[in-house]
Design a protein around this ligand. Structure first.
Ligand SMILES: NC(=O)c1ccc[n+]([C@@H]2O[C@H](COP(=O)([O-])OP(=O)(O)OC[C@H]3O[C@@H](n4cnc5c(N)ncnc54)[C@H](OP(=O)(O)O)[C@@H]3O)[C@@H](O)[C@H]2O)c1
Length: 243
């Protein structure tokens, strides 16, 4: 059984990615989430509507023990399953000016995006190298390439994943494993639900927020066999806000 794991696959961009990979029908979809069970179940239903199979795996990407225990239990129960695609998508924001930023808001954001990438990817790395095939796609952000005021923690976390993407890509390219990052601008999801869209679109050349589906289409291509010569890339998808 060939699998694609999407962290934070229950809602927003992650859910759209699960559905896109289901539509492409190459993989059994592993939908990770940490809190919202109902959203994860909805995504699984949609995956099945595309005629694909999938299952939900609950763990907190920021918690190394939880990741290891959950994925070990899953792999033990599915010894023949091979994870060929990892989409490190789980992420959070805890915005605020740096001068007021608490240790907690700093650590939570770094632990989710950066340590989440490490905890999940490292679990599968040796298996992927033995299998001599893999696609790793990291969801970063325009904040991680440009830096965004009020998001020093988030910019640092995503920027670190940008650098890790480039480094790991060079380590594993010989084994047919690609490592790329996708850097969205403003995408309409729960994460951006509280933003003043009317004001912010004035900054966006395309004059609109992006849709999760549009990000998912890009991830779907990077996850496919066709994208085998693209690696170490950070691909912006932001309506022209930054290039
Ligand atoms: N929306 C944007 O404009 C935008 C722009 C640039 C980059 N991004 C990035 O794109 C990714 C997805 O964003 P989104 O807008 O789709 O966010 P979202 O709507 O808030 O959804 C976040 C998803 O991540 C999961 N999650 C959060 N923390 C987790 C943890 N510790 N362990 C496991 N799962 C966790 C959530 O699961 P639960 O349902 O269980 O909470 C949910 O499925 C994030 O990495 C974000 O930084 C988003």
């Amino acid at each position: 059984m060939k699998c694609a794991l999407v962290t934070g696959g229950s809602r927003g961009i992650g859910s759209a990615v699960c559905q896109k990979l289901a539509e492409d029908k190459n993989y059994h979809i592993l939908i990770n989430y940490q809190g919202n069970q109902e959203a994860a179940e909805n995504t699984l239903e949609k995956v099945k509507e595309f005629g694909a199979t999938g299952e939900i795996i609950k763990f907190n990407v920021a918690d190394a023990e939880d990741v290891k225990n959950s994925l070990t239990a899953w792999q033990d129960a599915n010894p023949d399953a091979v994870v060929e695609v990892i989409v490190n998508n789980a992420g959070i924001t805890r915005d605020g000016l740096f001068m007021w930023m608490s240790h907690e808001d700093w650590n939570n954001v770094i632990n989710t995006s950066l340590n989440g990438f490490f905890n999940v990817t490292s679990f599968f790395m040796q298996k992927m190298l033995r299998n001599k095939y893999g696609r790793i796609i990291n969801m970063v952000s325009v904040s991680g390439v440009k830096g965004t005021a009020g998001q020093t923690n988030y910019s640092a976390a995503k920027g670190a994943v940008v650098a890790a993407t480039k480094a790991l890509a060079q380590e594993v390219a010989k084994r047919n494993i690609t490592v790329n990052a996708v850097a969205p601008g403003f995408i309409r999801t729960d994460m951006t639900g509280d933003l003043d869209e009317k004001e912010l679109v004035k900054l966006i050349p395309a004059n609109r927020f992006g849709e999760a589906q549009e990000v998912a289409d890009l991830v779907g291509f990077l996850a496919s066999k066709k994208a085998g010569y693209i690696t170490g890339e950070i691909i912006n998808i932001n309506g022209g806000i930054y290039s």
